[in-house]
Design a protein around this ligand. Structure first.
Ligand SMILES: [Zn+2]
Length: 463
């Protein structure tokens, strides 16, 4: 409201009105002033952020796949994948520790709920910074409950853990974890994993990121023959591509993933489309605002040319709600550029949480060559590609490595605290005090750029 203009109008009128009108006008001005003041303070003082903690895995890779699998495809009405139960080394099971860690982070973040004990969180923060800190509110959710591995297996036992939607025993569509995450409309999703082992190059703690559309689209042009030179890939920040099998090159796996991302099919050894290896239209395997229009499956099963269901790569056209979203500026913010120089807010959020975890471990006097921020795993991962939230997706270590098992046995609370403070810092910023080998940037993410208009933002439109 323009207060100067308003006051002038008030003065102009006051010269003419009688005493009663003066009083009425005076009261109106007072009421409007009080009302607008209250409105601005309640809106600005303690912003509320929604965070989903997403501990990986939980179900069991039981056969037959047709009963226990994941990645349900409505074209074949079958699961395309066995359930991914996660890594195990001796008695160390990934699904147990991802959940344990998430529960401990949840307990700390609940101090930041609107009726939480901020003073207690403040005493934690004082270990990290000597600068003034801001109050923010966080509403925290979990994407799954504890694993039920010890329970007797029945054909619905993987139901609470599947990533993708599926048809339940009663014949109706059930929502998987990605759909459930999206129903919370979170600002941030923190996906927690441990892996089995890796080459020395990746050892440490790693972000897991989805490549941006720009690099995936170049791959489509390569597969369609309009680009012949591979240098665009090797000169990009995304050339460290995740390899399923080291007997083939990073470029081969990149092309395989590009083909799956666009057409749903894998590639053959000669880089042509392999129509025997269908991996599904994943953007239609979750419930969100970017599904194809109802009835899409009837069209898709005929794989018509000049559509996104074409099996001939020359006839493939990436045109639907999902690919429009993929090309939006909001997806660039999530996956391209940003504080790290690449990987967008997703890589920054992941690396920043890792840096806070490492900072806390160093502050406890823990040192090891495996204790470092390692390079990200870059591919077309399901979680970051099918949510609108900023996704911190992290491999917190390697179960076959003694260092990680020591952290799990003795320092899980320290890791959880680092994650919780890292999450807080992404919303509020935390300028850390000490100079350990790995220092967080401490910058909050600019969430304003995800605003669409005064009533909605990119996070709320996801479903
Ligand atoms: Zn995992």
């Amino acid at each position: 409201m323009n207060n100067i203009f308003f006051c002038r109008v008030v003065h102009y009128r006051m010269a003419r009105v009688d005493c009663l009108k003066k009083i009425v006008l005076f009261l109106v001005v007072i009421i409007i002033t009080i009302f607008s003041f209250q409105n601005s303070t309640t809106r600005l003082e303690f912003p509320l952020y929604r965070v989903v903690l997403d501990p990986g895995h939980g179900g069991k890779a039981t056969l037959p796949k047709d009963m226990y699998g994941d990645r349900f495809d409505v074209l074949s009405m079958k699961y395309l994948d066995v359930y991914r139960e996660g890594a195990s080394y001796k008695n160390y099971h990934e699904h147990i520790y991802t959940y344990e860690l998430a529960k401990r982070v949840e307990a700390i973040l609940q101090l930041l709920s609107p009726d939480g004990n901020f003073e207690k969180f403040y005493t934690i923060l004082q270990k990290y910074t000597d600068k003034p800190v801001k109050r923010v509110n966080i509403q925290v959710f979990m994407s799954r409950g504890p694993s039920l591995h010890s329970h007797p297996i029945h054909n619905e036992s993987n139901a609470p853990y599947r990533l993708f939607d599926f048809i339940g025993n009663d014949g109706t569509l059930k929502e998987g974890r990605i759909s459930c995450i999206n129903s919370r409309k979170p600002h941030l999703v923190v996906t927690i994993h441990f892996a089995l082992n890796s080459s020395p190059y990746f050892r440490g703690m790693n972000a897991v990121i989805a490549a941006p559309y720009s690099i995936l689209y170049k791959g489509l042009q390569y597969l369609q023959g309009t680009i012949a030179d591979r240098s665009f890939f090797y000169s990009s920040r995304y050339a460290d591509w995740f390899t399923e099998d080291e007997r083939k090159s990073e470029f081969f796996w990149y092309c395989n993933d590009v083909m799956m991302y666009f057409t749903g099919y894998r590639i053959k050894n000669d880089y042509s489309i392999n129509t025997d290896e269908f991996r599904g239209y994943r953007y239609n395997m979750v419930k969100w605002a970017f599904n194809d229009t109802p009835g899409w499956a009837h069209i898709a099963k005929h794989h018509p040319n000049n559509t996104l269901y074409a099996q001939d790569i020359q006839q493939f056209v990436p045109q639907n709600a999902f690919f429009t979203r993929e090309q939006s500026k909001y997806e660039q913010y999530r996956r391209e550029g940003g504080f790290e120089g690449y990987g967008g807010d997703n890589l920054y959020a992941s690396n920043e949480i890792i840096r806070f975890v490492l900072y806390n471990l160093y502050s406890k006097g823990i040192r090891h060559k495996d204790q470092r921020l390692a390079p990200p795993y870059i591919s077309i991962w399901s979680v970051p590609l099918h949510i609108n939230a900023i996704n911190a997706f992290i491999e917190f270590g390697y179960l076959a490595r003694p260092y990680t098992r020591n952290i799990i046995n003795n320092h899980l609370d320290d890791v959880a605290e680092g994650i919780a403070v890292g999450i807080y810092s992404l919303f509020a910023g935390v300028e850390v005090a000490k100079k350990y080998p790995c220092k967080p940037y401490g910058k909050k993410i600019d969430l304003e750029k995800y605003t669409i208009d005064k009533n909605k933002d990119y996070f709320t439109i996801v479903r």
